[in-house]
Design a protein. Structure first.
Length: 257
């Protein structure tokens, strides 16, 4: 993912410090842009770290607050100001506005060149783009080798959706049986077996498609795959559920005979 303001500040070779707007440290930076034009926000498209030598900063408190609000409204991720350059004194109202919005306000130490910051942001974006390209290539390759792409994809989605919906209905049936005071051993075993294995198949397919991105620790698919695997073990493994189902079905047939 794109680098965050906190991660950029943490890079020791840059020596950046946060002046205000700590609540926005998780903002992600898609690009770093330098400008000293008066209406700084007009150059924001969303996600930028705006860097200035200070010529864009108004001298009065109202103007500084308006600048912070306009940058935030435009989608800027943070504002970085070069120290010992042309910036006026940053007013208390400006710092308070950055905290309120929140808009991270970063100090660039003199004489760090702005290009060093831009390079760090660009390198992070390139790594993220490379990861996305590899992931996309993996998806297309999997669909290509699996057969007719469109038919296979539709079939996969339909099959998984049907299985998960059926699992949901079995679970509701078991819950209804239990609520009515009926013996729900068979219904519960069927629901647990089918629901846990259907969830496992869905998570397995998702991880197969996403490859290393899905397996990466902390990803949603990795967490789901780990969690659903546990449902096939605790409170009776799938093998135990099959034994219970077989026993209950055979017992019911013997009673009917």
């Amino acid at each position: 993912m794109a680098i965050t303001v906190a991660e950029l500040i943490a890079e020791p070779q840059l020596g950046l410090t946060l002046l205000a707007g700590a609540a926005g440290l998780d903002n992600r930076i898609t690009w770093a842009h330098t400008s000293d034009l008066p209406r700084l926000w007009e150059w924001v498209t969303g996600g930028e770290l705006m860097m200035t030598n200070g010529l864009s900063i108004p001298a009065d408190a109202d103007g500084q607050v308006a600048l912070a609000e306009a940058l935030m409204d435009s989608g800027a991720s943070a504002l970085a100001i070069g120290e010992k350059m042309h910036a006026p004194t940053l007013t208390a109202e400006f710092l308070a506005a950055c905290d309120r919005l929140p808009l991270p306000l970063v100090n660039i130490p003199y004489p760090l060149p702005f290009i060093a910051i831009a390079r760090s942001v660009a390198e992070s974006s390139l790594l993220e783009e490379s990861r996305r390209l590899r992931q996309t290539a993996r998806v297309y390759d999997l669909l290509r080798t699996a057969g007719a792409s469109e038919d296979h994809w539709q079939s996969l989605v339909q099959r998984l959706a049907t299985e998960l919906d059926a699992a949901r209905m079995l679970t509701l049936k078991a819950a209804d049986s239990r609520q009515r005071g009926n013996r729900s051993t068979l219904d519960a075993a069927m629901a647990k077996l089918f629901a846990s294995e259907s969830a496992h198949r869905a998570a397995d397919k998702a991880m197969q498609i996403l490859a290393s991105s899905g397996y990466r620790r902390g990803s949603t698919v990795e967490r789901l795959f780990r969690d659903v695997r546990a449902t096939e073990i605790y409170q009776g493994t799938s093998e135990v559920q099959r034994m219970i189902i077989a026993e209950q079905v055979l017992r019911g047939r013997n009673l009917e005979a």
